[in-house]
Design a protein around this ligand. Sequence first.
Ligand SMILES: Nc1ncnc2c1ncn2[C@@H]1O[C@H](COP(=O)(O)OP(=O)(O)O)[C@@H](O)[C@H]1O
Ligand SMILES: [Mg+2]
Length: 586
Amino acid sequence: MKNTIGKVTSIISNLVAVQVDGPVAQNEICMIECEDTKLMAEVIKIVGSKAYTQVFESTRGLKIGSHVEFQGHMLELTLGPGLLSRNFDGLQNDLEKMDGVFLKRGEYTQPLDTEKTWHFIPTAKEGDTVEAASWLGEVKEGWLPHRIMVPFKSKGSYTLKWLAGIGDYTINDHIATIVDSDGNEEKLTMSQKWPVKVAITAYDNKPRPFKIMETGVRAIDTFNPIAEGGTGFIPGPFGAGKTVLQHGISKQAEADVIIIAACGERANEVVEIFTEFPHLEDPRSGRKLMERTTIICNTSNMPVAAREASVYTGMTIAEYYRSMGLKVLLLADSTSRWAQALREMSNRLEELPGADAFPMDLPAIISNYYARAGFVYLNNGQTGSITFLGTVSPAGGNLKEPVTEATKKTARCFYALAQSRADSKRYPAIDPVDSYSKYLEYPEIVEYLDERIEKGWVEKVYKGKTVVQRGKEVNDQINILGDDGVPVEFHDRFWKSELIDFVILQQDAFDKIDANCPLERQKFMYNKILDICDMTFDFKNFEECATFYKRIINICKQMNYSEYESEEYDRYVGELAEAIEERKVA
Ligand SMILES: Nc1ncnc2c1ncn2[C@@H]1O[C@H](COP(=O)(O)OP(=O)(O)O)[C@@H](O)[C@H]1O
Ligand SMILES: [Mg+2]
């Protein structure tokens, strides 16, 4: 079939209108001739025989009347072994094949290595009935089993007519033949294509998340845990620590695969991950972290239109690995930059604007995106998950702006970074009062934590939150009435909340030991701190009270910096017990 062609009729920055001679589809990709190259663009609106397209690159030099050729498909990714340890841009161009992080305009690279061979081990049998996403065999990608699957586009069931034996194959070698019920044969390779804006739903079902994903960050795991297959977001003003927190989580989280979508943030931050990640060790496997990581990068100096592509590319790669039965952690920094790209396009299209000139359907776009995360049961009974954590950068830290509000409606965890905490170096700056995890309300999660940590754990979490909340209230009173103007018990209450803050909530992301706090260790420390919160001490005045708690906090912080259960650690445990004994009355 002949592809539709067209001619450029208007150019407003990256929005290019095209008069077409035949059918085009929403989100279809087209190539626009410009000087001596071709620019990739996506159809974002169709009115009669006019297609409005967003060009993923600079349209400098583009002329009215330029020839356009439609491709008959949406923006697609090539999925196959070799996606990990790689840096792509939002259009899946390999950034390492480029000079630096920047592509020349109109240059598109081969996303996957077509010459490398992979050692394939068949796991299905000829004669098996298979369907989309059925596992046919596996290759080792790093140390992960990378399942070779029936393409997600396949419809209905097929018979596996032929399957390659053990051997080394490239991603384009023929490795299987499937036959549908009408006898039509299809030859399969180790790679397949999939449109990024369409969710991959080749699984059996997606239950509510019911277990937690350990991140090693106390303010998250202990106070507001995120579920495996859950969603969360980190809003915070510039410099509050969103990127540092996300990077910490990416290094430590209990996940098989990490996908980082760097979207519209400063290039030097992203270059930092590029240079840091290849040297980092995975605390769980002892291998290099980069072996299980893919970075999708679209920095603030790259074309704005490609930001959208980068968040969808990240999600699609995450879905691909989830279909292999893996736990995927997907991070996007920042989703506000993506929303701003949507706003620019919507304004150029002169659509009726919603709040703050964002598109009216922004909440729907955000919630459809978040809905692609989740824990799933695959058709073969195995499980896989995508846990998604995005950052939001609200202008001026205003949490009432549209992107934060829309995200709040859909994400289940809210980790609000407070400017005041960042200013006083209380890192991570997650506000203990405003932040929440809705998962603590799920009976499945409560039950899971009863088993995984200890019976009644969630009650303990709420108890700690109450201590923090009351400490904040009492602090306001002390500030008004003065240190001497309130009873010593008020100071005691305040310092108990400081104890939780300094020992549990604050954590040094740059200390080798403190950066990553395993759940067992979190449980031990949290229990110790809650015990202290339950005690009554004998203080003659507020100074004695402050001195006592400062000493306790200091000992506990030393514990946080020591190897768990080491001699040093145990010595501090002893010191803590002594300090408490001296003052305790009940
Ligand atoms: N957990 C932390 N521990 C110590 N310093 C931190 C921490 N989080 C943030 N910072 C400091 O704050 C700076 C800005 O953090 P960053 O994550 O880049 O902010 P954002 O992404 O919100 O703009 C960092 O360079 C670092 O100096
Ligand atoms: Mg940042």
